[in-house]
Design a protein around this ligand. Structure first.
Ligand code: C5P
Length: 307
């Protein structure tokens, strides 16, 4: 018997970053948006917790216990008092690795759902969300999907209303960026600018009412205007060439452009599916990215496909 779970990538349509807390995290106003670009994780009965991965980035995916999918399987087993979990997890990877789209977090969420079904545990969603938060700040959202406001370090979620489908293009860069390194660079830039970087220096961010209204109304022009990512200056500082990618997508007709999360993937909002296909083609031809994918959202969180 096997269980396959499909799980979405995310883009942050708003990523408001507060000051550095004593625990090493930053308080966020994080508006997550789940897109149809996603991974599939298949759980099969096995011995111990083992992993394999396929897809264009498979060679750079760790297959040891540092992989969030393996950690998720062990965490769920421990929670239920299963001393010797047996599962093989295969990750069919489409989400860029270390790309700012929470691909590793998505695989962790998918493994929680897949193992829960394989082992017949029927864990309540609230408990899965708590386990997900232990795995990482972005893992709970991958369970929930849709569009949600994440507070705290991003794990305290509130689902948001959305009035339609939005069309996106993602430009994948060569190589990844380390999320902690991008947060550190954000702090360094704030210190350099004289504003300070601690949680006593920086006011706690809030969701932008104009952005929430644009989402609720399904208004793509207003959403494009409201897109905001406080980590973007840090990602551009570490990877200046991303400015060329953002410019290429905008010149090709994207209504809005921003770095996705901590980057280096760049996200473009398009008027409709045809415009998204044209922006993706122009980005591929521009030579400013390794690949470009047109997709849409919002879509649901980690869901079982079949067993
Ligand atoms: O929670 P997660 O393991 O995904 O976070 C990875 C790293 O990203 C953290 O160790 C921290 O350096 C940074 N981070 C942060 N503030 C957040 C989320 C992540 O500084 N809200």
């Amino acid at each position: 018997m096997s269980v396959t779970v499909r799980v979405p990538a995310k883009v942050n349509v708003q990523l408001g970053v507060g000051g550095l807390r004593a625990d090493g995290f930053h308080d966020l106003a994080n508006v997550f948006f789940a897109v149809a670009l996603g991974d599939e994780v298949t759980a099969t009965a096995g011995t111990g917790v083992t992993l394999t991965c396929s897809g264009p980035d498979a060679a750079v995916v760790p297959l040891d216990d540092s992989n969030l999918a393996a950690r998720a399987a062990r965490l769920l087993a421990t929670h239920h008092g299963i001393a010797d979990p047996g599962v093989h997890l295969h990750i069919a990877k489409a989400i860029p690795v270390a790309g700012g789209m929470a691909g590793g977090s998505a695989d962790g969420a998918a493994a929680l759902v897949a193992c829960d079904a394989l082992w017949g545990l029927d864990t309540p969603l609230d408990t899965l969300l708590e386990l997900a938060a232990e795995l990482g700040s972005d893992v709970p959202f991958a369970l929930l999907g849709g569009v949600a406001l994440g507070r705290g370090r991003g794990e305290i979620l509130e689902a948001l209303p959305v009035g339609g489908t939005f069309h996106w293009v993602f430009a994948v860069a060569d190589g990844g960026l380390s999320t902690p390194a991008v947060f550190r660079e954000c702090d360094r830039l704030r210190d350099e600018a004289g504003t300070g970087s601690s949680d006593t220096d920086v006011t706690t961010p809030d969701a932008d009412p104009a952005l929430l209204a644009a989402l609720a109304d399904g208004d793509v022009v207003a959403l494009a205007e409201a897109l905001a990512n406080d980590l973007q200056p840090a990602a551009l500082s570490l990877r200046p060439a991303l400015a060329d990618t953002l410019r290429a997508g905008t010149e090709a007709g994207a209504l809005g452009a921003l770095v996705s999360g901590s980057g280096p993937t760049c996200a473009f909002l398009a008027k409709d599916a045809d415009a998204a296909a044209a922006v993706a083609a122009a980005l591929r031809a521009s030579g400013t990215c390794r690949a470009a994918h047109a997709t849409y959202g919002p879509v649901p969180g980690a869901s079982v496909l079949g067993s």
